[in-house]
Design a protein around this ligand. Structure first.
Ligand code: MG
Length: 227
């Protein structure tokens, strides 16, 4: 039996494009509290965690309790918006997930999002059975670029980090993968982060879409590390 291999997927911007759902949720949140909220405000939220967003955009003096309350409110609005709009896998993702599974790869999720959001995305995309280890923001104490989320996913899958490939769209996520000792594919599909930033962060392969990525290409990333 060859040693197991694993693909660990970032979710927002990699597996699915949830940006418009997050925009709708923050817009609903801001309207409920009487705050203005623009596209420019939204662009400033990319890659940030809720407490940081809340203090930066809505209340610089918000204490931890208020940030937690408002953060939970926004995530409830996000889940309601997801149920209204639905969410689909990004181009090429479904085929690659299916192809990797057929080739015997184990697969997991490593995301900073709350677990309830991930469960909802899996339900809407019909992929719940594909991902046997799910590590969410609820399971880690340190966000990306700390490798904790990916190391926990690999441990749960029972695969050594050197046999894991991470799929990511953000430089902080690529850095987390590299810090975990994993190969990394960077995807620029949703366009929040340019290709050169993902390459500079250490991604071995950077692509505009996962449509052109084959299982063989992903396998070579692991073989190259073993040389
Ligand atoms: Mg992402």
């Amino acid at each position: 039996m060859p040693a197991p291999r694993a693909a660990i997927w970032d979710v927002d911007g990699t597996l699915v494009d949830t940006a418009e759902i997050h925009f709708a949720a923050w817009t609903d949140f801001a309207a409920a509290h009487g705050f203005p909220f623009t596209r420019a405000d939204f662009a400033a939220t990319f890659g940030k965690r809720n407490p940081e967003i809340i203090r930066q955009l809505f209340d610089p003096a918000a204490d931890d309790a208020r940030c937690a309350d408002w953060g939970e409110e926004k995530e409830r609005l996000y889940r309601a918006a997801t149920d209204r709009a639905g969410v689909a896998l990004l181009p090429g993702v479904g085929a690659l997930v299916t192809g990797l599974a057929a080739a015997g790869w184990l697969q997991g999720l490593g995301s900073s999002a709350p677990r309830a959001n991930l469960d909802l995305i899996l339900k809407h995309t019909g992929t719940t059975a594909r991902f046997t280890a799910i590590i969410s923001g609820d399971d880690v104490s340190r966000g990306k670029p700390d490798p904790e989320v990916f190391l926990k996913a690999a441990a749960k899958l029972g695969v050594s980090p050197a046999r894991c490939v991470v799929f990511e769209d953000a430089p902080a996520g690529v850095e987390a993968a590299k810090a975990a000792g994993m190969a990394c594919v960077g995807v620029t599909f949703v366009g929040h982060h340019p290709a050169d930033r993902l390459t500079a962060a250490g991604a071995e392969l950077v692509v505009p879409s996962l449509e052109a990525v084959t299982v063989e290409q992903v396998e070579r990333l692991i073989e190259r590390k073993a040389e």
